[in-house]
Design a protein around this ligand. Sequence first.
Ligand SMILES: [Zn+2]
Length: 144
Amino acid sequence: MKPPAGIRTALARGWRKRCPHCGRGPLYTGWLKAIDRCSYCGLVFARDHGATWFFIIMGDRAILLPLIGLIYFGVLRSHPILAVLLFFLVAAAFVWTTPNRMGACTALHYLSRAAFGDEDDPIPRHHAGDPGGADSRHGVDSRA
Ligand SMILES: [Zn+2]
């Protein structure tokens, strides 16, 4: 099954902390308190707790990978001031982008759910003429 929202669109929406399906409902209240379902289209963001763990682990490691490479190749041992600056830069980026990365991980999970098309997985339908995604709560699958 083709994802209702394109891959780039869904990832961009997730990065902006919006529902990957419609792009309108928020993923979080506050800084990082997850919401169970989209307030606009009704998409359930994670059916089971821990369902997004694979994507979250990948999202966490992706930002640390360049730093691990620099440590592995000894670049930071020969440049201690660069090592300290880089540590704080990566730590700040890691914390600052956490909601964005988690949103992108939610979008990846959504895309995998849409791609595999589970009959029991309630992904709202799209309405014709709605370029941004689902039109309203009326698009929610009645089995949800
Ligand atoms: Zn939505």
